[in-house]
Design a protein around this ligand. Structure first.
Ligand code: CTP
Ligand code: MG
Length: 228
């Protein structure tokens, strides 16, 4: 099944401590964002890619697109102040014919084409889904540095991207969020807030989000193993 893909890439990378968008930092021989887009191009179920960025990064993004020689159309979309606003802009820029969309963070540059394909396949059945993995650590609810409780680990999953949705429903959810001033860190949370079901697709242990310099070092290690 073919669907569109939006890649939020309009952050600044504050926690990376770098002076530019972390997605332009090199990982082995290419920028982080290039790895992400290459996996999307290699996925047989994605027909159109929208990359959401800040205008100050457009020139660098365009250079990456040129290097990729993508057989799929790649559109550059202007991002917003928050990830939520960036995705909202992305939804407005989708082709009019778009029925279902995958959203995948530019910072998750190790997601495999197979994960994109499995999410796209699941979108034929479900109108809301997220890649997620089970949590290995025991997680604590903490208030003022005092442990309040320990949720049952069997119910805890760590959310990843891709996340997939019916375009119509996700657009509606974003509109409602704007009207009611909701602020969330992923799109599934909007579905949850309006009571729409969100299905789990088994994610990948290696699908980490590059957030800190440590993540970058781990990503490099994983890629070297893959390329061996
Ligand atoms: N993102 C976006 N628009 C924003 C903020 C974030 O498109 N206004 C994107 C980032 O580029 C990233 C994804 O959302 O691909 C997840 O965000 P995160 O990992 O938090 O990246 P940053 O916001 O750049 O990092 P930080 O929070 O450390 O500043
Ligand atoms: Mg952020």
């Amino acid at each position: 099944m073919n669907c569109e893909l939006l890649i939020p890439a309009a952050g600044s990378g504050r926690r990376m401590g770098s002076d530019r968008n972390k997605l332009l930092l090199p990982l082995l021989d290419k920028p982080i964002l290039q790895w992400t887009i290459e996996a999307a191009i290699a996925s047989s179920s994605i027909s159109w890619i929208g990359v959401i960025g800040q205008p100050c990064d457009f020139a660098d993004f365009k250079q990456i697109f040129v290097r990729l020689e993508s057989p799929k159309p790649i559109t550059l979309i202007q991002g917003g102040e928050t990830r939520q606003e960036s995705v909202s802009n992305g939804l407005k820029a989708l082709p009019q014919t778009s029925k279902s969309v995958l959203i995948h963070d530019g910072a998750r540059c190790l997601a495999t084409p197979n994960l994109f394909d499995r999410c796209a396949e699941a979108l034929q059945t479900y109108s809301g889904l997220i890649a997620a993995i089970t949590v290995k650590d025991t997680i604590k609810i903490v208030h003022n540095r005092i442990v309040e409780s320990t949720p049952d680990r069997h119910q805890l999953w760590a959310a990843q991207t891709p996340q997939g949705f019916s375009v119509k429903e996700l657009k509606q959810a974003h509109l409602q969020a704007q009207e009611l001033n909701w602020s969330v860190t992923d799109d599934a949370a909007l579905f949850e807030k309006i009571g729409l079901p969100v299905q789990i697709v088994m994610g990948e242990e290696t699908n980490l989000k590059i957030t800190t310099p440590q993540d970058l070092a781990i990503a490099e290690f994983i890629l070297r193993q893959r390329l061996q």
